[in-house]
Design a protein around this ligand. Structure first.
Ligand code: NAI
Length: 505
C-alpha cells in the first residue's frame, strides 16, 4: 500500500499543542483536515493559533502568503465527533489516559467507516491496549509525532500486536509524503526514542549525585566533547522536570523496575520543590533575570609542551595525532598498547576502569584517562580523570599537551568511563537491547535518535565506530565497578563483539 492520497480526508482529535501541530502538518500536505476537541471553541482557537504562527513565517519571508492561505483553507474545526464519518485517517491527540483513549476509539469504531485507519499520538500508552476490545483492532496504530510537530522530523509508526503491517506501511509512506522521517517500531514501553534516550539523562544525573563534576561542566562536556546539541541538565530544564521525570518513571514501571531505567532522586527532589526548569524560573539553573549561567570548570594552563609519543593504535582517538601536529607538537610513533606519553605522564582512552584501578592493574604510573569525544580532531573540550596519588608535575605535562592542541580540559573525579564515554556506552547498550528485542531495525533506531533528539550520530553507528568489543569492555568494567544490574551489557553487544561483527551488520 502506498501513501494516502493528498486529497484523503483526515481528522485530528484533540486541539492541544500536539493536535494543532499535527493538523497543520497534514494541511500543509494538502489534505482536508477536520479538527475536533471536546472543549467548545478549542478547535477553532487552535486553527487561529496555526494561522498566527504561519503569519509570523510569512512576515519573516519564510513562507508565501498563498501557502499560508492554502494551509488554513484545508483546516476545518468541527463541533461534533459524528462529522468525522467520511475520514480515511483519524489521529487522536487527546489527554494521555488509557481509559479515556479506549472510550474514544470505541466511539470512533461506530462512527468511522471500516477502512478508516485509527491512529494515536500517545507517547507512553500501549497501542495493543488501546486496540484491545475493539471489533477491528488491526486498523489501530501509533503515529507518534514529536513536539513541536511541524518542526520535528521524526514520526514513530507504532504497531501493536494486532496492527496490520500494510497499514503501518501506509502510515510510513504518508508521513514521508508529509516531509517527515518515519521509523517503524513495535508497541513497547517508550517505543524507540523515549526508551533509548533514558541513559542520556540518567548518567549525567548519576555523575552529579556522586559529585564527579558540576552541572555546567557536565553539560559542556556533552556539548563540546560529545557533540550533543545540549547537555542533560540544560535539556531537562527545557523539557520540564515534571515531564522528563514522569517519562522516566513510566518507562521504569513498564519494565517492571529494571534498574537500567531507575529514576533519579536528584530529579525527584527538583520536582518536589517545584523547580521544574525554565517554565518555573528555576531548575538545575536559575532563569531569574540578570543571573548568568555558571561557567564549566576548565583547568588553567601553565606548562609548555613540545613533543609527545604515541604508542600503538589510539583507536577512535587517532585523529589526535594530526591535531597535535597541526599545533606544532612533535609526535613520535612507535609500537605499544594505545598510549600517549608526554614527560612523565601517560594518557589513555578510558576502558571503563577508574584511573586508580587501571594504574595499579596495568602498572602505569601517572596515568591520565581521556574521555570520549565525538570528533577528537575538532572537539573544543575534553574530560580527564586521574588517580589521587598522581604526580602533580606529570599531571601538568599531560594537561598541557591537550591544551596546546586547543582543547579546554575539565578534570572530573575518578569515575568509571568518565562522562561522555559512559553516556554513549549506555545509549548504545539500550539501543542494542531494543534491536535484540525486535523493537525496531538498527537503521530506524539510529535515525530515530538523530531526527527525534538531535544526537550527532545514532548510538549503534557510534558504537560501531568505537568498536563493539570496546563498548562491551567499558560496560563490563562499569558493571564490575558499580556491581549494579543497571550496567549489564546487552546480549547482542556481547554476541556481535564475539563474532567480530558490527551492530549494523
Ligand atoms: P494538551 O493537553 O495540550 O491537549 C489535549 C487536548 O485534547 C485538549 O485540548 C483537550 O481539550 C482535548 N481532549 C481531552 N480529552 C478529549 C476527548 N475525550 N475528546 C476530544 N478532545 C479531548 O495535550 P498534548 O500535549 O497536545 O498531548 C496530546 C497527546 O499527545 C497525549 O497523548 C500526549 O501524550 C501526546 N504527546 C505529547 C507530546 C508533548 O510534548 N506534549 C509529544 C508527543 C506526544
Amino acid at each position: 500500500m502506498t501513501a494516502l492520497h493528498s486529497n484523503a480526508r483526515i481528522a485530528v482529535i484533540g486541539a492541544g499543542a500536539m493536535g494543532a501541530g499535527i493538523a497543520q502538518v497534514a494541511a500543509q500536505a494538502g489534505h482536508p483536515v477536520l479538527l475536533f476537541d471536546n472543549r467548545p471553541g478549542a478547535a477553532a482557537q487552535a486553527i487561529d493559533g496555526v494561522d498566527r504562527q504561519l503569519g509570523k513565517r510569512v512576515e519573516k519571508g519564510k513562507l508565501s502568503s498563498e501557502a499560508r492561505s492554502a494551509t488554513i483553507a484545508c483546516l476545518q474545526a468541527v463541533d461534533a465527533i459524528e462529522a468525522l464519518a467520511e475520514c480515511e485517517l483519524v489521529i487522536e491527540a487527546i489527554v494521555e489516559n488509557l481509559e479515556v483513549k479506549r472510550a474514544l476509539f470505541r466511539q470512533l469504531e461506530s462512527i468511522c467507516g471500516e477502512r478508516c485507519i485509527l491512529a494515536s499520538n500517545t507517547s507512553s500508552l500501549s497501542i495493543t491496549s488501546i486496540a484491545a476490545q475493539l471489533s477491528h483492532p488491526h486498523r489501530v496504530l501509533g503515529l507518534h509525532f514529536f513536539n513541536p510537530a511541524p518542526i520535528m522530523a521524526l514520526v514513530e509508526i507504532v504497531s501493536g500486536l494486532a496492527s496490520d503491517p500494510a497499514l503501518a506501511e501506509c502510515l510510513y509512506d504518508t508521513a514521508k509524503a508529509w516531509g517527515k522521517k518515519p521509523v517503524h517500531t513495535r508497541s513497547t514501553p517508550g517505543f524507540i526514542v523515549n526508551r533509548v534516550a533514558r541513559p542520556f539523562y540518567a548518567e549525567s544525573l548519576r555523575l552529579l549525585q556522586e559529585g564527579a563534576a558540576d552541572c555546567p561542566t557536565l553539560d559542556a562536556l556533552l556539548r563540546e566533547a560529545g557533540g550533543f546539541a545540549m547537555g542533560a541538565f540544560e535539556l531537562t530544564d527545557l523539557i520540564g522536570h515534571d515531564v522528563n521525570y514522569a517519562v522516566t518513571c513510566s518507562v521504569f514501571d513498564a519494565y517492571y523496575g529494571d534498574p537500567r531505567f531507575q529514576p533519579s532522586l536528584i530529579q525527584k527532589e527538583l520536582v518536589d520543590a517545584g523547580r521544574l526548569g525554565r517554565k518555573s524560573g528555576q531548575g538545575f539553573y536559575s532563569y531569574a533575570e540578570g543571573i548568568e549561567r555558571p561557567q564549566p570548570a576548565s583547568l588553567s594552563g601553565e606548562h609548555a609542551v613540545e613533543s609527545c609519543v604515541v604508542e600503538g593504535d589510539l583507536g577512535i582517538a587517532n585523529t589526535l595525532i594530526s591535531r597535535f601536529r597541526k599545533h606544532d607538537i612533535d609526535v613520535v610513533q612507535r609500537d605499544g598498547q594505545g598510549l600517549l606519553r608526554v614527560g612523565d605522564a601517560v594518557l589513555a582512552l578510558s576502558d571503563g576502569r577508574m584511573a586508580c584501578q587501571r594504574a595499579n592493574e596495568d602498572g602505569l604510573r601517572n596515568l591520565i584517562l581521556l574521555d570520549l569525544a565525538f570528533d577528537y580532531g575538532n572537539a573544543s573540550r575534553i574530560a580527564i580523570s586521574c588517580a589521587a596519588d598522581m604526580d602533580p608535575g606529570a599531571f601538568k605535562q599531560g594537561v598541557a599537551l591537550l591544551q596546546r592542541a586547543g582543547l579546554q580540559v575539565s578534570l572530573i573525579s575518578d569515575s568509571p568511563a568518565l562522562a561522555v564515554l559512559r553516556t554513549v556506552a549506555m545509549l548504545a547498550n539500550e539501543a542494542a537491547d531494543a534491536l535484540l528485542q525486535g523493537v525496531a531495525s538498527a537503521s530506524d533506531i539510529d535515525l530515530a535518535m538523530c531526527a527525534g533528539v538531535n544526537y550527532p550520530q545514532g548510538p549503534l553507528a557510534w558504537a560501531d565506530a568505537i568498536g563493539p568489543s570496546r563498548i562491551l569492555k567499558v560496560l563490563e568494567n562499569l558493571h564490575v565497578s558499580y556491581g549494579e544490574e543497571r550496567y549489564r551489557p546487552s546480549l547482542l553487544l556481547r554476541r556481535r563483539a564475539a563474532q567480530g561483527r558490527t551492530l549494523h551488520d
